[in-house]
Design a protein around this ligand. Structure first.
Ligand SMILES: [Zn+2]
Length: 188
């Protein structure tokens, strides 16, 4: 089973499974549809499934298109839900992973090795699980740190774009002294 590390719904570090749930509300001539796609922890899996499926089961039927869509959505949601039910539950005391200075200090020396693995098309989940014990952090902290580094790199690339490949002048580290006043030449 392909498990994620962070729940995309509540943000905690817990085993998560990719699901797609659909909701339909029919009102004869109009209908309102809503989808959820993403990795969910087991807690959010229950919550999303029951909320979206029960809304559809109650309010989904009114309208011709709705009458066709509603059973499809209920079947799809239930099949996805049942398939994901075998995943491990949320660990006791699970919290959203935070990248502190300490985490950055521990993961920093491994960052090159981590990116090398990711550039070899290895899965972030697999690499994070492998490097977490080496660095003494959680896999979720590795995922968040990688996202931060990637975002910064992207930001830097965007900041440097207008130069069109020309080297960028580094900002001067010290303030230049004010120009010396002109010395009047005395004639006489
Ligand atoms: Zn969750």
């Amino acid at each position: 089973m392909d498990l994620g590390i962070i729940c995309q719904n509540c943000g905690i570090e817990a085993p998560s499974k990719y699901v797609e749930f659909h909701q339909n509300i029919g009102a004869l001539v109009v209908r309102w549809g809503k989808s959820y796609k993403g990795h969910l922890c087991k807690r959010c899996l229950h919550k999303q499934y029951w909320s979206m499926t029960s809304t559809t089961a109650v309010a989904g039927w009114w309208g011709t298109i709705s009458f066709v869509l509603t059973p499809c959505f209920i079947v799809n949601n239930t099949a996805r839900y049942v398939a994901a039910l075998g995943m491990p539950g949320v660990p006791e005391g699970a919290v959203p992973p935070v990248v502190t200075d300490e985490v950055a200090r521990r993961v920093g020396p491994q960052i090159e090795a981590i990116f090398k693995r990711l550039n070899n098309q290895e899965k972030l989940e697999v690499v994070a699980h492998e490097f977490a014990p080496k660095c003494g952090v959680t896999p979720g902290q590795i995922v968040r740190y990688i996202q931060l580094v990637a975002r910064n790199a992207r930001q830097n690339a965007e900041d440097n774009r207008p130069t069109g490949g020309f080297p960028v002048m580094p900002a001067l580290p010290i303030k230049m002294p004010p120009p010396l006043p002109a010395i009047p030449i005395e004639e006489g």
